[in-house]
Structures are given as structure tokens and as C-alpha cells.
Design a protein around this ligand. Structure first.
Ligand SMILES: Cc1ncc(C[n+]2csc(CCOP(=O)(O)OP(=O)(O)O)c2C)c(N)n1
Ligand SMILES: [Mg+2]
Length: 394
């Protein structure tokens, strides 16, 4: 039996669309060319600026987590082109259904740093108002957002609207039942939805070769959904591919599937240690395909990115980093009891009981601080609080 953990490159032939090679050369692609005919060097520079900013957001947030200012952060290092290219292909009234990793998309969409940081700091149950930026808040349940995207798109069809929905998903999510159902419904009802799959080669510690023995884009036609595979580290090709899918959706062509072939250069989240399951060779290999470096080479070759322009972009990125940090550490601590708000529309007995227990648990900390507790053995406020709660359980 062949090893299912084969290298993704061995997954069979599939044409990967590309417009900028890893060494920064512009190449032609028959299908994609018409979708970026309007993209001039200024627009390219804007995409470069976005990617530099997104990388800076990632670096700053990762540092904030290490400094204890965030509870968790899902790095997007290496995936800047996939996120910026796809986000910039969308119209303001298109609706985005992201995973936890699409913070670069959220930045392009105009989410405030305070809104972006709140969830990862544990300050709030959710980030931004989805209707303010037409983007749902991060989905942690793998694949669930593809159902939401398909359902939303079916609604758009019923309302006769021209906009579309896009559901982001990872390579690992393609093994999830929700994604299968979303694709079946999208195809059956010709819903105007884009399934944008970032194949970053890993689902935590499981390699993509274990999810599928054929390229992920090769699966979509089986559902009746046209697909293409694109170099996910090539921002121009990702922009073009997403516009291709968007044009299909807007013209009544139904759903499309895009596999953006990229690589997660960082950890799955800041709670993960990738050195336990992957070697340095593939990191080096993918480091050489960096999305920002290749666009820099292209722009420099065209004389559009001199030292002055680079310095100006670096300064902007520094400002982004400083603003993000400030927004994060300025977030007010939430009122602990507010954890019970907004979970149910109406309260009920079990919730009331939990609220009651938690209130007494918190009061235990206060009693400990005041030296009012009776237990001298543990000395730990949490233990005392917990025992108060246990002792009074009905
Ligand atoms: C339904 C469900 N099962 C399992 C998990 C645990 N989990 C969190 S992230 C993840 C891997 C997802 O990998 P992939 O879809 O490739 O996305 P990536 O994290 O690489 O962006 C898993 C299994 C979950 N959040 N939800
Ligand atoms: Mg993945």
C-alpha cells in the first residue's frame, strides 16, 4: 500500500496557474490574463503595501501573544498573497465567511485592530459587526463557514442580488462533512459562492497528502463545481483567479472552487510547536517562494520600488504595528459576569445556576484578598473560591 502521507507535489498532474514566478518574473497565463488587464504598477504596489502590512500585523500579534497580551494567535506568515489577492478581488457588498486565520482578509476589509484583537485577547465573544464590513467573524469550527457561505449565496439567488459569498477553508477542512454538504448544496442550487481553499500543506500536524491523494482542486468537478489551482504565493494570480470565480458567480454561473497553493511558514497557532512534526527542508523550500519577495523583485525590476518607496512602506508597516499594539493593550478588561450575556435570548434555570455559582466563585477571590477565608492549607484564592462554589452546590 502506498503511503498516504505522500508529498503534495506527487499528487498527480494539475496545471497551477501563475503570473509571477518565485523569482519575480512576470509570466503569461491564458486563462487569467483577461482578469488583470486593468492592473497597473500602482495597483501592484498597493498589493505589495497590503502584504507588507499584513506580515507586520502577524509579527506584532505573535509577539503580543508571547508577551502575554493575547491568549492565542493563528499565524498567517507565508499566506499573505492568498489573503490579500482574494480579498482585493471582492466588492464591498460581497460577503466573506472566514476561518480563524483570515486576519489579513479582515485587515483588507477594514476591520479595526481593536476588533481584530479582542477575540484573541479573550476580551470579547466576537470581533466586529459582520454587517459593517460584510464579513462574518472568525469561525473556529472547521468547515462550518462553508455551509454559511453556501446558504447565504442561495439566499442571494432567491433575492435576485448580484453579489456573492466567499467561504474560506483550509486543506484539512476538505475532509470535513460540512464542506461536502456545502458543495453539494452550492452545486444543486447554482449558488453564487466561491470556495477559496488555502492549501497551506498542513492541518495542524497532518500533511495535506493525508487529506487527499489527488489535488484538492481536482475534487470540485466531482460535485459539478468548476475549479482551478493557483499559485497561492502569487498575489496577482490569486487576484485574477478570484476575479474569475467572482465573474462566474455574478453572471449566474454558480459556484467555483479555488485551491490556492501556499504554505504556513509559522505554527498552526501560538499553542503549537511545528518542529515536532515537520523538518526544515520544506521551510527552506517554501521560504524561496516567498510572496512578498517575488513582488518586490518584480517591482524593483520595473523601477517602481526604489529605496525611498521601500522606506516609506516600512514606515507605514511600523505605524500599523504600533497601532495594533496600542489597540490591543488599551482594550478594557471585560466585566467577568458579562460572559453570561448574549448567549441565550432569554435566561433559564441552568444558566441562572451557572451564573450564581460563578458569582460566588469570584467572590471567593475577593474574600481571599481580604483575608476573610478560613482555609489556611491551600492559600490559593482559586482553590478557596472553588470550594465555596462546590460547597454550596444545590
Ligand atoms: C469540527 C472541528 N474539528 C476539529 C477541530 C480542531 N482543529 C482546529 S484547526 C484544525 C486543522 C485545520 O486545518 P486546515 O483546514 O488545513 O486549516 P489551517 O489551520 O491549516 O488554516 C483542526 C482539526 C475544529 N476546530 N473543528
Ligand atoms: Mg491547512
Amino acid at each position: 500500500m502506498s503511503d498516504p502521507r505522500q508529498e503534495p507535489e506527487d499528487q498527480g498532474p494539475m496545471h497551477m496557474h501563475q503570473l509571477i514566478t518565485a523569482d519575480g518574473q512576470r509570466v503569461e497565463d491564458e486563462l487569467l490574463e483577461e482578469f488583470i488587464a486593468d492592473v497597473d504598477d500602482e495597483t501592484l504596489l498597493g498589493l505589495y503595501r497590503d502584504m507588507v502590512a499584513v506580515r507586520r500585523i502577524d509579527r506584532e500579534a505573535t509577539a503580543l501573544q508571547r508577551q502575554g497580551q493575547l491568549a492565542l494567535w493563528p499565524p498567517m506568515l507565508g499566506q499573505e498573497a492568498s489573503q490579500v489577492g482574494s480579498a482585493r478581488a471582492l466588492e464591498a457588498d460581497d460577503f466573506i465567511f472566514p476561518t480563524y486565520r483570515e486576519n489579513g482578509v479582515a485587515y483588507c476589509r477594514g476591520a479595526l485592530f481593536s476588533q481584530m484583537m479582542g477575540v484573541w485577547r479573550g476580551n470579547t465573544n466576537t470581533g466586529w459587526d459582520p454587517y459593517e464590513i460584510n464579513m462574518a467573524t472568525p469561525q473556529i469550527i472547521i468547515g462550518a463557514q462553508t455551509l454559511h457561505a453556501a446558504g447565504y449565496a442561495m439566499g442571494l439567488g432567491l433575492e435576485g442580488k448580484e453579489s456573492l459569498a466567499i467561504g474560506y477553508l483550509g486543506d484539512g477542512a476538505t475532509s470535513q462533512g460540512d464542506v461536502h454538504e456545502a458543495m453539494v448544496f452550492a452545486a444543486s442550487f447554482q449558488a453564487p459562492v466561491i470556495f477559496f481553499c488555502q492549501n497551506n500543506h498542513w492541518a495542524i500536524s497532518e500533511p495535506v497528502g493525508l487529506q487527499s491523494s489527488v489535488p484538492l482542486a481536482g475534487r470540485a468537478p466531482g460535485y459539478g463545481i468548476p475549479s482551478l489551482q493557483v499559485d497561492g504565493n502569487d498575489v496577482l494570480a490569486v487576484l485574477a483567479a478570484t476575479r474569475w470565480a467572482a465573474a462566474r458567480a455574478r453572471s449566474g454561473g454558480g459556484p467555483s472552487f479555488i485551491e490556492a497553493v501556499t504554505y504556513r511558514m509559522g505554527a498552526h497557532t501560538t499553542a503549537d510547536d511545528p518542529t515536532r512534526y515537520r523538518g526544515v527542508t520544506e521551510l527552506e523550500e517554501w521560504g524561496a517562494k516567498d510572496p512578498i519577495a517575488r513582488l518586490r523583485t518584480l517591482l524593483q525590476g520595473r523601477g517602481k520600488l526604489d529605496a525611498g518607496a521601500e522606506a516609506e512602506i516600512a514606515t507605514t508597516a511600523d505605524t500599523v504595528g504600533a497601532e495594533l499594539r496600542q489597540a490591543c493593550i488599551s482594550l478594557p478588561d471585560p466585566e467577568p459576569m458579562s460572559i453570561f450575556d448574549n448567549v441565550y435570548a432569554d435566561s433559564h434555570a441552568i444558566l441562572e445556576r451557572q451564573r450564581d455559582h460563578y458569582e460566588r466563585y469570584l467572590a471567593g477571590f475577593f474574600a481571599a484578598e481580604q483575608g476573610l477565608g478560613t482555609s489556611s492549607s491551600s492559600g490559593a484564592a482559586g482553590t478557596k473560591g472553588a470550594s465555596t462554589m462546590e460547597g454550596s452546590r444545590p
